[in-house]
Design a protein around this ligand. Structure first.
Ligand SMILES: [Zn+2]
Length: 149
């Protein structure tokens, strides 16, 4: 599945990326811009904007809640996503899937303490961000488990 989230849904977009979903998101994505992006890239629209149905949109899901936890639960349930299967496989910032990379290739790119204490890294070639499990991924996992995933 590929999604495009309207500009009101930034937190939802980030959480969907955390669980590995392909989500386009940006401040320009509302109204007709949202619909154009969905058509161009074959994406399902996620929106809080009820007026979208008057704009002859392609497939969309009207997000009910304004709280991101309930939003995430709605999307996961509606599309039968498996949140833990593809978790941490995609860059939260730019939506690119991670490329496999050998730890050694990152020696000069992360702090020595991080390099010596972490074994698994994820690298985004597009925006050059480097991720590792550490505490924030643990917190995200706990958050998802608290949601019943
Ligand atoms: Zn990236």
């Amino acid at each position: 599945m590929k999604f495009v989230a309207d500009k009101m849904l930034g937190r939802l977009a980030r959480w969907l990326r955390i669980i590995g979903q392909d989500v386009a998101y940006g401040p320009h994505l509302s109204g007709h811009g949202l619909i154009r992006a969905a058509r161009r890239e074959g994406r399902v629209i996620l929106t809080r904007d009820r007026s979208i149905r008057k704009m002859n949109p392609p497939e969309y899901l009207a997000i009910e809640s304004d709280r991101f936890r309930e939003q995430l639960q709605q999307v996961v349930r509606h599309y039968h996503l498996d949140p833990l299967r593809d978790i941490f496989t995609r860059c939260v910032e730019c939506n690119s899937p991670f490329d496999p990379i050998a730890k050694e290739a990152l020696r000069e790119k992360v702090a020595p303490y991080v390099f010596s204490t972490q074994e698994r890294f994820s690298f985004c070639r597009r925006c050059q961000r480097i991720y590792w499990p550490a505490t924030h991924q643990q917190k995200m996992l706990e958050e998802l488990k608290a949601l019943g995933f």
